[in-house]
Design a protein around this ligand. Sequence first.
Ligand SMILES: *[C@@H]1O[C@H](CO)[C@@H](O)[C@H](O)[C@H]1NC(C)=O
Length: 477
Amino acid sequence: MSSNTYDLGLWRILRRISPEFLANLSGFYLYGMIGGSTLLFTRDNRVFAYGFNGNGRLGVGHFRFDVSDQPEEIVELRNVKIISVAGADFIVALVEDENTHKCYLLTWGSNNRGQLGIGDEDDRCKPIQIGSINFPIDKVECSQTHVVAIDCNKHCWCWGDNRFGQVDGNITNTFYCSPKLIHFEDNSKIINIACCETATLALTEHCFLYIWGKLDSCIVSHPMRIDLMNNIRVKKLLGMAKTFALLTCDHRVILIRQKTERYNRDPLQQPIQSQFLIKFLDESLPCSIVDIYGSLTYDTCNFILLSETGRCFVWNMIKSNVIETSMTSIPDVATLCTCYYTNIHAKIPPELVINNLGAFNNEFQSDLCIKTYTYSHFVRKIFVQREKLEQHSQYLREFCSNRIEDDHEEACGRKIIIRHHSYLIVYAYLRYIYTGILRIDPLFTAELYNLAREFQDNELIQQIPEFLYHQTNLCSL
Ligand SMILES: *[C@@H]1O[C@H](CO)[C@@H](O)[C@H](O)[C@H]1NC(C)=O
């Protein structure tokens, strides 16, 4: 299953939760700007929340700034069947009524742009139902500040931030705190939706796309139809910070973004539609794609493609190329290659409940922060204990004494910056130091081998060929 994680060490926020508590979890959902807040789903159908609680985004019934001791239960969600959750500094959850089996929306958290859709702008610290749509809901999606939903009549509703026209195009109204019914030229029925930071996308049952809001500098003040060539059938819409991606039924991927023409002499002269770049990724992809996954936050310029054969690829927006990874877990690939967290309901397989990671990547039990850089230029942190590194090798002992610097931004007060190796490689190495287990995509072992040579780690150098030899089943890593 691609939404299973195989490595709880990847999420610092989970590392702070006791192993006993983790053992009863079936899954989690990380949200907020840097994944600082999490919903925890237990095997006995309860929902707990943990981490940063700004604006009441944890839904636990109080506005205290964080929940850092023990996870607290969202009692309103006990035995409630949750179909989907989406969120940023607020949450909107699609839940099923146990008697009628019809779905409705629960929401909580920040409401500064009316994104809770409950008629006012006051934050809420516990789940409240969005009551003003009088029909069962089929689907809901959100950006950081606005929400779009489809009801059972295939009508499209939108609310929240409208500064860029992402709710209904009419920027005179900077936000809507109640759901607004969106009208389309031909009274189209909407079957799929997506949000990016400043725009909204809807797919009609006849396979037309409508877009409104703002994509980079291109402003669309009412739902505008984009015709896809040759009546392409679309299976999934994905909204990311500044781009949309579409997955077609014939396993292809299309990007929709603003054309960036730096020397465009007179942009107003152009028909507005030509300002969107509709780009197929086919040429760059070696196989057909069955799912796509991305994240909403500003810090990511990559998204993940899952192939028919269970391989994952990371599409790098800046370089416009794909990086292959043979890991098949979307949550793990997401945190290693695209962002701090995974904005997906990640499932924890039963065999993972006992983990042997010790204090690895637990910032509360660490005195040293290793700062690395990903494919994007944003810093990624891994927390360790200096003593553990120093015990590992002579090289690391000297490395620590030469390279440790003060860092007043970190609670642990000390850092080492590593620039020449990616987050992924450094993570795999530090995890190996703590657990003795190599867990890395075989495609990256050459990079790890380079690191092992540089760090004069002879034991690891010897283990790498052995590790590669035994990689018969990559999925069970
Ligand atoms: C935009 O909203 C304003 C204020 O509600 C309204 O007066 C105006 O008619 C709207 N414009 C359009 C094009 O709907």
